[in-house]
Design a protein around this ligand. Structure first.
Ligand code: FES
Ligand code: FES
Length: 681
């Protein structure tokens, strides 16, 4: 062929001969998903890092995003959907993955299954190291790998009961995830759908002017429209906390963080990939940027009425901490800092929108469908009746998918063009534009009496909330409530501030700032115990909250305070582990072992916000029991557990319930999937 690539490519896909005509260099993953409807091949990074796209080529596992479609000419490709149909090894794995609960959100599971099939075909009884090596190329953000390892190795599972509350049963949605049939945000749009590409700021802080947008659109074949701030039909702002709605969908004249969008190009897939960022007509005027809390306090204010870039502050105080610390027999203090943390879900933000009877329908991954609906309605300037959210599968969220991401752009593009549109963030834009864990800068002082009682605490923490508020107010509110840890503290003062910088917004991430404060508080408890020459575990047990003792907020739990019981139960392991470490360290090698203990506490549900948890149920004429359930299951299992709760209450088997949802048209407000809500709250 003289180096010419063939115009068409013929290969075997799951046992059938197929021929496609890919672009030169088209990724195999894209060809399979968009040309062969093989949406069971998932895409997480498009860079060979996550392994979600793993398929077998002539029996060997490969990342389909790293191969071109042309490379499989004449070869055999197998994906998870084909394997579970025809291959007994895959069929056995399908059962074992379900028995072990080895799929949580499920976005990595097709890649895991495919890799495991390749392993077990060659080595039917692998040892643990062999399994680790075989699956090492597939990342799982949810499970911790243990359940997957157990499933692959065929270890006994621990299912019991028939579906009552507390029974350990298979996930109701497990098989769908394991076979790759669950549709995530990027799996629902038909091939060829118009796509959206955002033009983002390359600077942390910049003014900008847009050039000849119409000329650019006219000169770029396939562009359907270009959206700028002027095209936002309603309010060009979004946010999650009513008094802190401050983030523009598209910046108007100034961008406040690197990656903030200024325009959205809507066009055919070919049009979207046809130009470089630098071709787009925008001129940037870079401004000085404040990237740390310290810099922000002397920089120009990013928002009006937020002097010194302070977004908000929270405080809890009780007793007289100053006096208590003065009178304490020992005190310790420390300065602690922590950085941004990325949620790193395997599925990037993705979705699809279409106009149906004058309303916009959005199918996207999310943790908060009702909030998405309300935000989109405000942005479009329409009533919430004009917006329908149909959550897709969500391949991990961990807090960040509480905020809207692709939804406003999808809604505006569908609204303006009248055509279906799709959008999937690349990994880089996902990381640069969506919320992160707040970096913290914490100063803390704790005092204790000689007999090992905490006498008083002073805490102050600054949290880098980035350019916009997101869930920053929640962090400022929650940290002072929790910075005492689960201990009895009578004299206490804690203050937390959210400070704006020119960084990506910080938002919700497991614990809303509480893990950062716990690092400081628990580290200092160790220091105190050492100074007092008291065992660190016993020091915590002596100070632990119990039923009936007030927290620093004066809240008294009459029941259910289990921290003392938990810590006490650790005594045997604490002693044996410390003895083992001491023995090991006495060997005199460079390698040393340490044993630590820490307590933590955290309030489930939303702070100072409603916690709706509503379901709707009914019986059809033909006797089916219907459960309309809108809580999004992002891998934590709420679809199964809520059905168990419902079925147990009615005295029905779980299998006797027909599930409907989520769909904001027919499922009532179940609130957000966050802060351990849904099954506990
Ligand atoms: S390795 Fe291919 S999508 Fe991540
Ligand atoms: S189950 Fe593996 S990433 Fe969610």
């Amino acid at each position: 062929m003289d180096g010419q690539l063939p115009a068409s490519v013929t290969f075997r896909l799951n046992g059938a001969d197929v021929t496609i005509a890919p672009r030169t260099g088209e990724r195999l993953s894209e060809a399979l998903r968009e040309r062969m409807a093989a949406r069971d091949v998932k895409v997480g990074c498009n860079a060979g890092d996550c392994g979600a796209c793993t398929v077998l080529v002539d029996g060997a596992p490969v990342c389909a995003c790293l191969m071109t479609a042309q490379q499989v000419e004449g070869h055999a490709v197998e994906t998870v959907s084909g394997l579970v149909k025809d291959d007994p090894v895959a069929q056995a794995l399908l059962e074992r993955f379900q028995d072990h609960g080895a799929a949580q959100c499920g976005i990595c599971t097709p890649g895991m299954m495919v890799s495991a099939v390749a392993l077990l075909r060659a080595t039917p009884e692998p040892d643990e190291t062999t399994v680790e090596q075989a699956l090492g190329g597939v990342l799982c953000r949810c499970t911790g790998y243990r359940k997957i390892m157990d499933a692959v190795m065929g270890r006994p599972a621990n299912l019991y009961g028939h579906g009552d509350v507390g029974d350990a049963i298979r996930r109701l949605d497990g098989a769908e995830k394991i076979t790759g049939q669950e549709a995530f945000g990027d799996d629902v749009a038909p091939p060829g759908t118009l796509e959206i590409r955002l033009i983002r700021s390359p600077h942390a802080h910049a003014d900008f002017t847009l050039g000849d947008i119409a000329g650019f659109a006219a000169a770029t074949p396939g562009v359907a429209t270009i959206l700028t701030a002027k095209d936002v039909p309603g309010r060009n702002l979004f946010g999650v906390i009513p008094d802190f709605v401050d983030q523009p969908v598209l910046a108007e004249t100034t961008t406040r963080f690197r990656g903030e969008p200024v325009a959205a190009v809507v066009g055919t897939p070919d049009a979207i990939r046809s130009f470089a960022d630098g071709d787009f007509p925008v001129t940037w005027h870079e401004r000085s940027a404040a990237l740390t809390v310290a810099e922000a306090q002397t920089a120009d204010d990013l928002h009006p009425h937020r002097t010194g870039n302070q977004m908000c502050r929270g405080m809890v105080t009780c007793g007289d901490p100053e006096k208590a610390l003065e009178a304490a027999d020992v005190t310790v203090e420390g300065h602690f800092t922590s950085g941004f943390v990325e949620h790193a879900y395997i599925e990037p933000e993705a979705g699809y929108a279409r106009m149906v009877d004058g309303r916009v329908e959005i199918l996207a991954c999310t943790q908060a469908p009702i909030m998405d609906r309300d935000a989109v309605a405000g942005i479009l300037g329409v009533s919430t009746d004009a917006v329908r959210i149909l959550p897709t599968g969500t391949g991990g969220g961990f807090g960040s998918k509480l905020d809207v991401s692709v939804q406003p752009f999808l809604a505006m593009a569908a609204w303006k063009t009248g055509q279906p549109v799709r959008m999937t963030y690349g990994r880089i834009e996902s990381m640069q534009s969506t919320t992160k864990r707040h970096p913290s800068d914490i100063k803390m002082k704790i005092g204790a009496t000689r007999d090992g009682r905490i006498a008083g605490i002073e805490f102050s923490g600054d949290f880098n909330t980035g350019a916009y508020a997101s869930w920053g107010p929640t962090v400022s509110a929650r940290v002072p409530i929790h910075a005492s840890g689960p201990y009895r503290v009578l004299n206490y003062r804690a203050e937390a501030r959210g400070i704006h910088t020119n960084c990506v917004p910080s938002g919700a991430f497991r614990g809303f700032g509480v893990p950062q404060s716990a690092i400081a508080q628990e580290s200092l408890l160790d220091d105190l115990a050492e100074k007092l020459n008291i065992d660190p575990l016993e020091f915590r047990i002596a100070n632990a909250l119990e039923n009936g003792t007030p927290t620093v907020c004066g809240q008294v739990f009459e029941q259910g305070v289990g921290i003392k019981t938990c810590l006490t139960a650790l005594r045997p392991a604490w002693e044996s582990e410390r003895a083992a470490a001491e023995l090991f360290n006495a060997q005199g090698t460079d390698l040393k072992r340490g044993v630590g203990v820490a307590g933590g506490w955290y309030g489930c549900g939303n702070t100072s916000m409603p916690n709706p948890s509503t379901i709707k149920a009914g019986v059809t004429r033909d006797g089916r029991v219907m459960l309309h359930q809108g809580a999004t299951d992002i891998g934590q299992g709420s679809t199964t557990v809520i059905t168990q709760i419902f079925a147990s209450t009615l005295g029905l088997p779980v299998t006797g319930i027909t599930l409907v949802g989520g769909d904001t048209d027919v499922t009532p407000d179940a609130g957000k999937t966050s802060a351990s809500r849904q099954t506990f709250v």
